[in-house]
Design a protein around this ligand. Sequence first.
Ligand code: PXP
Length: 238
Amino acid sequence: MIRLGVNIDHVATIRQARGTAYPDILAAARLAQAGGADQITVHLREDRRHIQDGDLRILRSELSLPLNMEMAAVKDITEVALRTRPATATLVPERREEQTTERGLNLVSEYQIISPTVEKLKKGGIAVSLFIDPFEDQVRAASELKAHAVELHTGLYAGATNMLTRDKELEKIRRASRLAKGLGLKVAAGHGLHYENTGPLIKAVPEIEELNIGHAVVARAIFVGLDIAVKEMKELLI
Ligand code: PXP
């Protein structure tokens, strides 16, 4: 069965919007766990717009599920990761003005920046995943960087407005996944996935071992609760 990482950044976004102590991030993670989440994913952004350093500490010390920390390859966030020691660090590109992570890393042009971060995290006992667009050169670079995994950006697939584009994007994900698996990389995917587009993706791409999903699950949770929203997503992964 495909592992489901539930991204709970949005829970922290609601809390930060009013500067309250609620909603409680640990309670949210535990509800996601009750619904069948296999890991909790959070993005410690440089501007700390949602997840805070204290959230990471609490999740790491109180939660039995593995923690996947999304992060930019920058010095101070890397230091936080090394102190927190999540099970996995997923390196992502970060732009302050973006709403969410809009694209994958460019491992080819940023090799010299990313390589030492990968090294440091691995030395710290943290598995490293690289969030990339589904392109062959990016997958090959991830392999050269000796990452454990790649997470393929599914945003263009998810955002496709017609079948032709969707199939084209699906084909790119399929090829990149096949190559990654062949090179010994674990294959994860995420971004923009929801209750309608996740099934067709995993059916078309059997190499995918893990999905990280946030927005759709937290949005659904408003109506049914977070545990049920996660359970409904898990049921699509069987
Ligand atoms: N994976 C990565 C690397 C991300 O940056 C995000 C967004 O924070 C997600 C998965 C989840 O995307 P979504 O919220 O669209 O499900």
